[in-house]
Ligand binder design. Structure first.
Ligand code: SPV
Ligand code: MN
Length: 623
C-alpha cells in the first residue's frame, strides 16, 4: 500500500498488509499522520513482539521492576487515579437524545476538539499498533479491536487483560467490522505521567466504532479494550439482539455435588463484584464484562471479553482474598499500579499489616512519599491510593474456570444483582418473573456514605451497574433486556443480593455468608428448594438456609437471624418504590413492563400494610 510508505518501515508495512484489510491500513495511516509519532511498531501475536512491548515499558520508565521476578510498578498521575466521568462523553449526532445523566457532546464539535488534541500528540514518541480479540478467539461472540497507543504500559497491560488478535483480524477477511481505539498519554513529565490532565478527554464515537482518549493513563480511561470498548459494544448489542453487560461470570459449585452452574452478576463499584466471583469453592470466568447471546437451543450463553483482572488491591489480604493475595506474592508477569514501593516491595491499604509494620517512606502515586505527607489541599496522602490496582491474567488464579476460553461461552442459568443497601433488600431473593428480574437490575441502588451522615446513607440509583457506560437511552436498553429474556427457551432466573443489610448499625451477616446465598440460588435453579412467595420475590425457607450454613460453614444459623434478615420491610420497600418512581418518571420510552412490575409490587405492599397495620412482616407471615 503506497500510502503507508515513508510513514512506517517496510517490515511494519508487511505486517499490516498481511491482514489483507484495507480498513486497518486506512485507520493506521490516518492516525499516524494525525498524531505524528516518531516511531511506529506494529505488534503481531508473535511472543517475541509481545515481549518487546513490556521491554519498552521498562526502557521508557512507564514500568519499573520490583524485587520479585516478573513484577512491575506503574504510576498514573496524581490527578489521574480513577475513571474521569466528567470528561468522558458520547459524541452525539444532531437530533439524537440520550438519557439524563449520560454525558454527551455534539458530535462534530467533539470530534474537532479531540482530533485537535491528538494532532501531533505523539511527537517524539513510539506508537504501538495492537490487535486484540474482545472475547475468546474464533468465537461468534467476539469482536476484533485495533488499538493505537503511545503508552507501552497501556499496550502491555492489554496483553495481560485481553487475548491477542492479530490472527483474528485475518479472519475478518477484509471486513470493517472491528473497533478502533486511539490513545495518547499526551505530554508526560519526568515521572512519565500526563502533564495536561485538564485536557483529558475520552470521547466515544459509536457511529464510527471508535473511541478517542487523550491526556490520561489510568486504565479505566486509557485502555481501549476495557470501559471504552464496553461502551461501543453496548451500542452494538442494542442495535442487534444480544446483551453487553458490566457483569461477572462464575461457576457455582454446590457442596457434595458434581455439577457446576454458571451465573452472571452485576454490582456497582465496591459492592462485592470481584469478591462474589472469587467466593471460595467456586470458579471464576470473568469479573468485569460479559457478552450474552442466545444459542440455537434457546440458552443464554456468555463469554468474558477479558482474559485478565484489573482488580482493586485495597483489602486484598490472606483472610479476605487468599487466592489473589497468593498470586500477588508469587513470581510471575504482573503489574501493580499506584501502590507504595519501598525497597522494591509493594504495600497497599488493608493488606493485613499492623500500622507499625508499614514502611514510613517510599515512592507512591504522589512521587517520593513519607508518612504525614500532605497534598496541595493539606490532606494527608495515604501510603497507597485507595483505587490502587493489580493487573494479572485470569489463568494464574487457582479458581480459574476451565471454560474461560471456550468459544461457545458458558450457559448462564442465573443472574445476580447486588447493591449496597443497609435497610431494605433481604440478603437474597428470587424474582417472580424475568420482567421482575429486569426490574430488580434496573432498581439497584448503592449507598455512598457511612453512618456519619445520619441513619441512612445517600443512595445512588445504579441501573444494572452500567450507567457510567451507557450510550443508548435507558428505556431502549431495558426494553431490549426484556426482549432478550423472552426470546430464550431457558431464561436465567434472577436474584437480588444484598451483602450490606444492617441492624442497629451492625451488619446482619458475615462477609463470607454470601456463599450461602449464592448456593441457595444455585439450588433453586435446579428445583431443589421450595420458596416463599412474597410481593418482593421468592424467599428462602429457614430450614434450607440452616442446612446450607451447617454444610458450608459448620455453623448454627438461628431462627432469629433468619427473621431479622428475611423480614419484608414494607415501609422501606415502599420508600424505595417512591425513589424509583422519581428516578424513572421522566425517562422516555421506559418499557411498560417495568411500570407494571412496580405498580403490582406497590399495590400488594400497600394492601398488606392496610390489612396488617404492620411495617415489617416476617417470612412466616407469607407461608
Ligand atoms: C470499575 O470501576 O468498574 C472497574 C475499574 O472495573 S475501571 O477500569 O476503572 O472501570
Ligand atoms: Mn468494572
Amino acid at each position: 500500500m503506497a500510502s503507508l510508505e515513508g510513514l512506517l518501515d517496510p517490515e511494519n508495512i508487511d505486517k499490516l498488509n498481511a491482514l489483507v484489510n484495507p480498513h486497518v491500513i486506512e485507520q493506521v495511516e490516518r492516525f499516524v499522520r494525525l498524531c505524528k509519532p516518531t516511531r511506529v511498531s506494529v505488534i503481531t501475536d508473535d511472543p517475541e513482539e509481545v515481549a518487546y512491548v513490556r521491554q519498552r515499558a521498562l526502557e521508557l520508565g512507564e514500568e519499573r521492576k520490583l524485587e520479585m521476578e516478573g513484577h512491575t510498578i506503574h504510576y498514573d498521575g496524581f490527578q489521574d487515579q480513577a475513571r474521569d466521568k466528567a470528561h468522558t462523553a458520547v459524541l452525539l449526532p444532531e437530533g439524537q437524545t440520550l438519557s439524563r445523566g449520560i454525558n454527551s457532546v455534539e458530535r462534530e464539535a467533539g470530534l474537532k476538539e479531540v482530533l485537535g488534541l491528538l494532532n501531533g500528540a505523539m511527537k517524539g514518541k513510539e506508537v504501538f499498533v495492537r490487535f486484540f480479540s474482545l472475547g475468546p478467539t474464533n468465537s461468534r461472540f467476539s469482536i476484533c479491536a485495533l488499538q493505537l497507543t503511545d503508552s507501552a504500559y497501556v499496550a502491555h497491560s492489554e496483553d495481560l487483560l485481553y487475548r491477542s488478535g492479530y490472527e483474528e483480524f485475518k479472519r475478518l477477511e477484509g471486513s470493517p467490522d472491528f473497533f478502533t481505539f486511539i490513545h495518547s498519554a499526551g505530554e508526560i513529565d519526568e515521572r512519565n505521567c500526563t502533564v495536561n490532565v485538564e485536557g483529558r478527554r475520552i470521547y466515544v464515537d459509536f457511529m464510527d466504532g471508535k473511541v478517542y482518549s487523550v491526556n490520561n493513563q489510568y486504565a479505566g480511561n486509557s485502555l481501549g479494550l476495557k470501559k471504552l470498548a464496553l461502551r461501543l459494544a453496548i451500542y452494538k448489542a442494542n442495535q442487534e439482539d444480544w446483551l453487553t453487560e458490566h457483569m461477572l461470570i462464575m461457576g457455582v459449585h454446590p457442596p457434595e455435588k458434581e455439577r457446576v452452574t454458571y451465573f452472571a452478576g452485576a454490582y456497582p463499584s465496591a459492592c462485592g463484584k470481584t469478591s462474589t466471583a472469587m467466593i471460595p469453592g467456586q470458579s471464576i470466568v470473568g469479573d468485569d464484562i460479559a457478552y450474552l447471546k442466545m444459542d440455537d437451543a434457546g440458552n443464554c450463553r456468555a463469554v468474558n471479553i477479558e482474559s485478565g483482572v484489573f482488580g482493586i488491591i485495597r483489602d486484598v489480604n490472606t483472610v479476605d482474598d487468599p487466592l489473589i493475595y497468593k498470586v500477588l506474592q508469587t513470581p510471575r508477569e504482573m503489574i501493580f499500579s499506584n501502590v507504595l514501593i519501598a525497597e522494591g516491595r509493594p504495600y497497599w491499604l488493608g493488606m493485613g499489616l499492623e500500622d507499625g509494620e508499614y514502611p514510613t517512606k517510599g515512592v507512591n502515586h504522589s512521587g517520593d512519599w513519607w508518612k504525614g505527607k500532605k497534598d496541595p489541599e493539606g490532606n494527608e496522602i495515604p501510603l497507597a491510593h485507595p483505587n490502587a490496582r493489580y493487573t494479572i491474567r485470569l489463568s494464574v488464579l487457582e479458581n480459574a474456570d476451565p471454560n474461560i476460553d471456550n468459544p461457545d461461552g458458558v450457559v448462564i442459568r442465573g443472574i445476580y444483582y447486588g447493591g449496597r443497601d443497609s435497610d431494605t433488600n433481604v440478603p437474597i431473593s428470587e424474582s417472580l418473573s424475568w420482567e421482575h428480574g429486569v426490574y430488580l437490575g434496573a432498581t439497584i441502588e448503592s449507598e455512598t456514605t457511612s453512618a456519619t451522615l445520619g441513619k441512612r446513607g445517600v443512595r445512588t440509583s445504579s441501573p444494572m451497574a452500567v450507567m457510567d457506560f451507557m450510550v443508548v437511552p435507558l428505556g431502549l436498553y431495558l426494553s431490549n433486556h426484556i426482549k432478550f429474556g423472552r426470546n430464550l427457551r431457558n431464561c436465567p432466573k434472577v436474584y437480588a443480593t444484598n451483602y450490606f443489610l444492617k441492624h442497629e448499625g451492625e451488619y446482619t451477616n458475615e462477609k463470607v455468608d454470601k456463599k450461602v446465598w449464592i448456593l441457595w440460588a444455585e439450588g433453586r435453579v435446579h428445583g431443589e428448594y421450595p420458596a416463599i412467595r412474597t410481593p418482593i420475590g421468592y424467599l428462602p425457607l429457614y430450614d434450607d438456609l440452616r442446612g446450607l450454613f451447617r454444610r458450608v460453614f459448620d455453623r448454627e444459623y438461628s431462627q432469629e437471624e433468619y427473621d431479622q434478615q428475611f423480614s419484608v420491610r414494607v415501609d422501606n420497600y415502599l420508600e424505595k418504590i417512591s425513589r424509583m418512581e422519581e428516578v424513572f418518571r421522566d425517562e422516555p420510552k421506559m418499557p411498560e413492563e417495568f411500570w407494571a412490575v412496580l405498580e403490582a409490587q406497590k399495590g400488594e405492599l400497600l394492601n398488606l400494610k392496610a390489612q396488617t397495620g404492620k411495617t415489617v412482616l416476617k417470612p412466616s407471615f407469607f407461608m
